[in-house]
Ligand binder design. Sequence first.
Ligand code: NDP
Ligand code: 8X3
Length: 258
Amino acid sequence: MYSLLDPGQFVVFITGATSGFGAAAARRYVGAGGKVIATGRRLDRLEHLQEELGAENCHIVELDVRDRAAIDAAIASLPAPFDAVNIVLANAGLALGLQPAAETDITDWETMIATNVTGLVYTVRALLPGLIARGGGHIVTLGSVAADYPYPGGSVYGGTKAFVKQFALNIRSDVQGKNVRVTNIEPGLTETEFSLVRFKGDESKAARAYEGARAMNADDIAESIFWATSLPAHVNVNRLQLMATDQAFGPFDIHRQR
Ligand code: NDP
Ligand code: 8X3
């Protein structure tokens, strides 16, 4: 059985490896001697990543996590040694828009739910039996501070991330005794393409989200993911919440009647 302590034996299936946390994690794991299966919708980005990391370390699959049959097919056709997945980084996700609920575009809500909830469930359900059959492994999900702290315009995004957290904790109960660890990583303000996606390509709006603050970056989160998966096999980090030092909590918003 592989040792959870030896990064050289890590085989990591990553959803959303074309950008942000997923790409940074791919670099972190390969840098430590592991192998990664990098997936996402933008094939050109995956090809560049593979070129950078080497085809012997990085297998790529063009994949939309909303497509259950495509996930199953991708897993079924993994070549050795990439077929011995022992870490699943279920990272693909997005926020779309920041409008008040009554004004939001309902298709944005549908896309967030389809990606962050349904896509996550497809990914974990497809890969979990293999982890168990191979004697153990680790599932890492990407939650958010938005799961615990509501903010205006975040209703469905925050709702999907609350699902991610509860799903991860419940999966952990299901795999008790099977040597499978489950960790929900819960970051706050982190500068990636996240805001560019949220604001649909509006670069100035995206930049404003991070302006003047020392946001975390993708490498910070990749390091925390790597750390959680590198701990001794008897240690399970259930939830790991991270915030930029320059981000904290606000007061309750009281609507005054006068
Ligand atoms: P990025 O926008 O930089 O990366 C998102 C990744 O998700 C991309 O690789 C994208 O790939 C992939 N993705 C989106 N939709 C799909 C889909 N349908 N199928 C497959 N892949 C998809 O954002 P981050 O790296 O910041 O975000 C990664 C995760 O972390 C998300 O779940 C996000 O909600 C969460 N998170 C982010 C925070 C932040 O502040 N940045 C804080 C807390 C959590 P492609 O478009 O090529 O398919
Ligand atoms: C991303 C962090 O605060 O923009 O999950 O929702 S936040």
